[in-house]
Ligand binder design. Structure first.
Ligand code: PLP
Length: 393
């Protein structure tokens, strides 16, 4: 046999392991100091009550012969797909049921969707970005080119007609930067995709963090998007499902064969999300579920506000935070990302994530997250302000 040599081309990511190593070393040498982690990329609040109740009921159903369920439809139960359909309808996006596919999360689908595309396609990925997009394409041997996100464009790159791409990734609100595209900006990407006969893979994992009605939560709010976009969504950050696993992907029929091929791919290689989990996911879309997840999201957003306001007072350039759990800041005094990481750890015992770990344009930037507790976030930002208030910089 010959192995897939493309795996040799993957770059080793030492980002989170190096962060952990440095933090552990510091704690060992300074056992008396309290380290606060604002680098967490995972939710911390538990599943909401509506979800837990629904899953308990589903467990009971599984215990009785009359209500037991075996294999379900690979693309998800109708009860959940109907809820997703209604959720889109609230934003005036009309979807047919068989355009919605339930999955075990966005990460799997973002990787698996590549089964549908030729190896010869050129892939355009923003830099910096969620590493999954690049790595899944490198594994398949595809050529990856980058769209530069930077301070000048507010980390929201727009299409460059000199760049020719077939598959385009967009993540809005973005991980790691927290930046969000408005409708005019997304329209430019849709127009570019249509005129290049390209497809947009739109990652909407953080849509629930958008609170401004004028900002698009779905690419399908943009005219023409159903002709060129696939959308990936997840309950992970929205409803705390990172360990529970459920998401959904929308493949419009206007994309022609892609809708049929995705169904074929899923029915061949995937056997569906557990019934119990889908009942929990269904509860997210009920009135109570929506109310309860919003409370959790608002908790994170309060933390983001504390971080953002502190950075404002310290005159530190940043994006994100308002419609995202992530705040992306420019390291003060032109420090490099890792230099700033070391300084924060040594001086105020606050841990964040060096921006350089997300791509070359991340150098000199730094990611803080709002997934910590309120107490810790407030304490960390108090220390931050003491250390970086304008007079001291
Ligand atoms: C967390 C995250 C996801 C969600 O992945 P799941 O597999 O659904 O947990 C997707 N995209 C981005 C950019 C993320 O940060």
């Amino acid at each position: 046999m010959n192995i897939n040599e493309n795996y040799f081309n993957l770059e080793e990511s030492y980002l989170f392991s190096t962060v952990a190593k440095k933090v552990n070393e510091f704690i060992q040498n300074n056992p008396d100091k309290k380290v606060i982690r604002l680098g967490i990329g995972d939710v911390t609040l538990p599943l909401c009550k509506a979800v837990i109740e629904a899953m308990h009921n589903a467990v009971d159903e599984m215990s009785k012969k009359e209500t037991f369920r075996g294999y379900g439809p690979e693309q998800g139960y109708d009860f959940l797909r109907e809820k997703v359909q209604a959720y889109y309808k609230k934003r005036n996006v009309e979807l047919e049921l068989d355009e919605i596919f339930i999955s075990d999360g966005a990460k799997s689908d973002l990787g698996n969707i590549l089964d549908l595309f030729s190896k010869d396609n050129v892939v355009l990925v923003p830099d910096p970005v969620y590493p999954v997009y690049v790595d899944t394409n490198v594994m398949a041997g595809r050529k990856v080119i980058f769209a530069n996100a930077n301070e000048e464009n507010g980390f929201l790159p727009l299409p460059d007609n000199n760049q020719k791409a077939d598959v385009i990734y967009i993540c809005s609100p973005n991980n790691p930067t927290g930046a969000v595209y408005n409708k005019e900006q997304l329209k430019k990407w849709v127009d570019y995709a249509i005129s290049n006969n390209a497809v947009i893979l739109f990652d909407a994992a953080y849509e629930c963090f958008i609170s401004d009605e004028n900002l698009p939560k779905s690419i399908f709010e943009i005219e023409g998007a159903k002709n060129c976009a696939i959308e990936f969504c997840s309950l992970s950050k929205t409803a705390g499902f990172t360990g529970t696993r459920c998401g959904y992907t929308v493949v419009p029929k206007l994309l022609g064969k892609l809708n049929k091929f995705w169904l074929r791919r899923q029915t061949t290689k995937f056997n569906g999300v557990p019934y119990i989990i889908q009942r929990g996911a269904e509860a997210v879309f009920t009135e109570n579920g929506q109310k309860e997840i919003k409370e959790n999201i608002n908790y994170y957003k309060e933390n983001a506000k504390v971080i953002s306001e502190t950075l404002d007072r310290c005159n530190i350039w940043h994006v994100g935070g308002k419609h995202s759990p992530y705040i992306w800041l420019k390291c003060p005094n032109n420090m490099k990302s890792w230099e700033f990481f070391d300084l924060l750890l040594e001086k105020i015992q606050v841990v964040g994530t060096p921006g350089s770990g997300f791509g070359k344009n991340g150098e000199g930037f730094f990611r803080l997250t709002s997934f910590g507790s309120k107490e810790n976030t407030v304490e960390a930002m108090k220390r931050f302000e003491e250390a970086f208030k304008p007079l001291n910089v």
